[in-house]
Design a protein around this ligand. Structure first.
Ligand code: URA
Length: 198
């Protein structure tokens, strides 16, 4: 089995409600040597249909935001806390998050990124293991141990939050800007491609 293949979950029946609601398992996308991993909550309708994370409206907001701060989506890894679409787009339950935690940890372990960007409250709390006031804390960086390994987590609001409240656009972009700066600092050897002047 190739390295990427074993990052792909192809069969899982741990969460009965999600097995019922999903059309497919949505795995992470992006290069295995990415310096940054963006972690969302779970697939929505479009992601469930296409089999890729962040390809719906939230994905468009994310892509636009990345471009604004000079980052290319092709250079980052994008994944989710749970890989199957929850019914009616509800938040994943605690047990579902825990059922899927090992897949995410394996992905983080393999990529060993310089920075993990958590998109929204669910992934922020899932990876930091505490409650997070995401709007207030967006843009802040926290060093934590995940599975015993020190990791740097940058808290960000969920891209969809900007669709409900336009005043959040600045918060979102500022957090992405911080991610871009971290990639520059951390990525001096073969770091992220910057699209300066693009
Ligand atoms: N929202 C998420 O959290 N993840 C996706 O993949 C799409 C929308």
């Amino acid at each position: 089995m190739g390295e990427m293949e074993d990052l792909c979950v192809t069969e899982c029946t741990r969460c009965p409600a999600l097995v019922d609601s999903r059309s497919r398992i949505v795995n992470g996308t992006g290069p295995e040597d990415a310096d940054m991993v963006f972690v969302g909550e779970g697939p929505g309708a479009q992601e469930d249909a296409d089999g890729e994370p962040f390809v719906g409206r939230s994905g468009t907001v994310l892509d636009d935001g990345l471009r604004t701060v000079g980052l290319a989506r092709d250079d980052i890894r994008i994944t989710n806390c749970v890989r199957c679409r929850p019914p009616e787009n509800r938040d994943p339950h605690k047990a579902e998050l825990e059922n899927c935690r090992g897949y995410l940890e394996r992905e983080l372990d393999r990529l060993d990124p310089d920075v993990i960007v958590t998109l929204g409250k669910v992934p922020s709390e899932h990876l930091l293991g505490r409650s997070v006031a995401v709007t207030k804390e967006a843009g802040s960086v926290e060093d934590v141990r995940i599975e015993g390994t020190p990791r740097r987590v940058l808290i960000c609001i969920h891209p969809a939050a900007t669709l409900y409240d336009r005043s959040q656009e600045e918060t979102f972009e500022n957090a992405l800007q911080r991610a871009a700066e971290l990639a520059d600092v951390e990525g001096s050897e073969g770091g992220q491609t910057r699209l300066d002047g693009f």
